[in-house]
Structures are given as structure tokens and as C-alpha cells.
Ligand binder design. Structure first.
Ligand code: NAD
Ligand code: MG
Length: 385
């Protein structure tokens, strides 16, 4: 099986290569492209270990370093956005899309267009370009396999023989580190505190998005694109233990859930070997040690992201791209200490008030135009230091 991993140096990328390693590594898989951004040393090490054909850094300034790290190995080195898209276009059977943010859209779309099975961690593709992205996969005869743990869970328990009986998609949310905090206390948290997720170990951006519940907001929109046929509701329930990864409710009152330890390798492995299940060295749940599973309603007063997601789902068109573009800039401004934690949602809402959702995008350029407009406006609300 030929595979590529876009964003191989990140948290999902490293977990993906760990799964590949456990399933036989370079003897079992032909690794075509691996991509990263700043951690060129890790990227080169991965390329050598897995015998990749090409390694690409998004950061052109790092190309000389990547070249010298790969000298004499026969592995191609490349850099920049066009090189990312070129590498993603090389034929493979399976591609992990694990670049963070809208930066992942063009390369993932390129991988989709060549007909590969797309293991999708990059939720921003669906949030910003949902129908357009799904059409590209369909036209090329590929398959979309969700890797986000919630969407993998739903994908695993949705009964395709009883589609019409699906009433509710229920996303679980850990509630993040501020689940029990009053809003006043959240106002002046530092990025480091916001990035300390109680259950999952993930990249910094998604960890802070989990604290603001913007990660769950993106996941609601993602779920709508994947599973939200008309008439089905998309709900969120806070479940602090992160053991039930999500649920599907049926018209006979049944609810099917997928459970597992908070380890992304389960969802990654399922997407890799679907419909088979791999043997993975993840922890097995011990229910007597777990003792209890709690559930509670989310507080939309303290976490307005959920309300904004519903608004975007109702408005449709480009509102996912607008919400995400504004959120990415506001998140960056929070990480740079230009704004406070609660300003992230305030800025996203302000931008959503100003930019009309328009209609469903037909082209990637339309998505980038809405994303760019949202970014410019969000940036104007974040003071320069
Ligand atoms: P991360 O920050 O750890 O890694 C991101 C990867 O993208 C790295 O390889 C980085 O080099 C690359 N990258 C960053 N900026 C880039 C740019 N401008 N151009 C090209 N490449 C760039 O992030 P992560 O936690 O692995 O998350 C990756 C994606 O998966 C995100 O969309 C996230 O929402 C999603 N996701 C992650 C988890 C998780 O457990 N980490 C769970 C569900 C979904
Ligand atoms: Mg998730």
C-alpha cells in the first residue's frame, strides 16, 4: 500500500507513523510523501526511517537544512506551498491529512483529486470547504475516512442499513481545562494554561481550541457535512472522562456509542485498515478502574463557540470558512498575547456579524477569498503590541 502523511511532524502525523511502524513500517508500506514545516530534523529522520520518496517543508527558508539532512539518501527534498501540493498529488492509496488549519486545504484537496483514500484529521477542510471537498473525493472515486475521534466514533457506529432511522448525532466534549471555571477567571489565562488539556495530548492550537470549545464548534460543522442529513440534529454533551468518543441516536430510542482510551492511534488505525481493525498497542479500557462516566450540558454562556457554530450551520454558504478564518487569526493573536482568551469568541462573532455568508463555494478560490476577508477583519480587532 502506497501512503503519504501530510503534516507528519505534528501530533497526528507522529501518531500515524507510530501506527505504520507497528503494522510493519517500510516493509509493509511504501511511503511516498512526508511533509512538515519547521521541525526539519524530525522530518528528515522520518523520511529516512520510512524510506519516503520525497520530504517537503512548508517553510522555504528551511530547504537548505532539509537538503543537507537528506544528502546521499536518494530522498528528494522540496519546500513551499506549490511543492506541498505537488507532493500531495503523487499517486497513493491512502493519505493522512494532518496539517493544522486552512493551510491543509490545498494539499488535501490535491490528494483527494488523485483518488486516494483520505484519512481526514484536518477538520478545517470540511469546515471551510465542506461540499466542495466531498465532491472532489467522490468524483475521483476516493473515500473519506474521518480521523477526528468523535467523527471516527460516529463513522464506526452509524448503521448504514438504517440511515433513515438516525435521529441524532451526539458529539462528546471533554469540556477542556476551564470546564468548571467562572468566566472572570478565564479572562486572563495564559496560552500555556489554556493549552493544558485534561485528557488528550495534541498540538498547541487544537488544545487551546478545546479550552474555548472552538474545537467542538468546528467539529459540529464537520459532523454536519459528514453525517448531518436533513432532519438529524447535531448535539453536544460534555463528558469529562473522554472515554465515550461520540454517539448516534436512532428512532427506536437506541443510542450506539464507541468507547476507547483517549489515544488517537485507534482512530488513525481504523482509517488505515478500514473496514478491518488493526492490532494496536493502545491501553485497553478497564471498566472497574474507570468506575464512572459523567455527562452534563455544555454552558453556552461561558463557551459561545457552540452558539456560533450553530449559527454557521444554519447560515451555510461560506460561514464555516468565515468562522474558521476569524478563529485562526484570533487564536494566533491569543498565542502572541495580543488579546485575551475571551476575546477569541468575541472577535469571531464580530467578524460573523460583518461578513455575509454568501452561497456554497464552487471553487477553492471562493473559499480562500472568504477566509482572507475574515482574517483581515479579525486581525484588525487584535491590537499590535
Ligand atoms: P500539530 O500542530 O501538532 O501538527 C501540525 C502539522 O502541520 C505539523 O506537521 C506542521 O509542521 C504542519 N504545519 C503547520 N503549519 C503548516 C503550514 N502553514 N503549512 C504546511 N504545514 C503546516 O497539529 P495536530 O494536533 O497534529 O493537528 C493536526 C490536525 O488534526 C488539525 O487540523 C487538528 O484539528 C486535527 N486533529 C488533531 C487531533 C490530535 O489529537 N492532535 C485530534 C483530532 C483532530
Ligand atoms: Mg476531536
Amino acid at each position: 500500500m502506497r501512503i503519504s502523511v501530510l503534516g507528519s511532524t505534528g501530533s497526528i502525523g507522529r501518531n500515524t507513523l507510530d501506527v505504520i511502524r507497528h503494522l510493519g513500517g517500510r516493509d509493509a508500506f511504501q511511503v511516498v510523501a512526508l511533509t512538515g514545516q519547521d521541525n526539519v530534523e524530525l522530518l528528515a529522520g522520518q523520511a529516512v526511517e520510512f524510506g519516503a520518496a520525497v520530504a517537503v517543508t512548508a517553510n522555504e527558508a528551511r530547504l537548505p537544512e532539509l537538503r543537507s539532512a537528506l544528502a546521499g539518501t536518494g530522498i528528494e527534498a522540496a519546500a513551499g506551498d506549490a511543492a506541498l501540493v505537488e507532493a500531495a498529488s503523487r499517486p497513493v492509496d491512502w493519505c493522512m491529512a494532518a496539517i493544522v488549519g486552512i493551510a491543509g486545504l490545498a494539499p488535501t484537496l490535491a490528494a483527494a483529486r488523485q483518488g486516494a483514500r483520505i484519512a481526514l484529521a484536518n477538520k478545517e477542510c470540511l469546515v471551510s470547504a465542506g461540499a466542495l471537498f466531498q465532491r472532489a473525493i467522490e468524483r475521483a472515486g476516493g473515500l473519506l475516512l474521518p480521523v477526528d475521534s468523535e467523527h471516527s466514533a460516529i463513522f464506526q457506529v452509524i448503521d448504514r442499513a438504517a440511515e433513515a432511522a438516525v435521529e441524532r448525532i451526539i458529539l462528546t466534549a471533554s469540556g477542556g481545562p476551564f470546564r468548571l471555571w467562572p468566566a472572570e477567571r478565564m479572562a486572563d489565562v495564559t496560552p500555556k494554561v489554556a493549552a493544558a488539556h485534561p485528557n488528550w495530548s495534541m498540538g498547541v492550537k487544537i488544545s487551546i481550541d478545546s479550552a474555548s470549545l472552538f474545537n467542538k464548534a468546528l467539529e459540529m460543522i464537520e459532523a454536519k457535512h459528514l453525517f448531518g442529513a436533513s432532519g438529524r440534529t447535531i448535539e453536544v454533551v460534555v463528558h469529562p472522562q473522554s472515554v465515550v468518543h461520540s454517539m448516534v441516536g436512532y428512532s427506536d430510542g437506541s443510542v450506539l456509542a464507541q468507547l476507547g482510551p483517549p489515544d488517537m492511534r485507534t482512530a488513525i488505525g481504523y482509517a488505515l485498515t478500514y473496514p478491518a481493525r488493526p492490532n494496536l498497542p493502545v491501553e485497553r479500557l478497564d471498566f472497574s478502574a474507570l468506575a464512572r462516566l459523567d455527562f452534563e450540558a455544555p454552558d453556552e454562556g461561558r463557551f459561545p463557540a457552540l452558539r456560533l457554530a450553530r449559527r454557521a450551520m444554519e447560515a451555510g454558504g461560506l460561514s464555516g470558512a468565515i468562522l474558521n478564518g476569524a478563529k485562526e487569526v484570533a487564536l494566533g493573536a491569543f498565542i502572541d498575547r495580543r488579546i485575551g482568551f475571551l476575546d477569541i469568541a468575541r472577535i469571531v462573532e464580530q467578524v460573523m456579524d460583518e461578513v455575509a455568508p454568501g452561497s456554497d463555494p464552487e471553487t477553492i478560490e471562493a473559499v480562500f477569498a472568504a477566509d482572507g476577508e475574515a482574517r483581515r477583519r479579525a486581525d484588525a480587532y487584535a491590537p499590535r503590541r
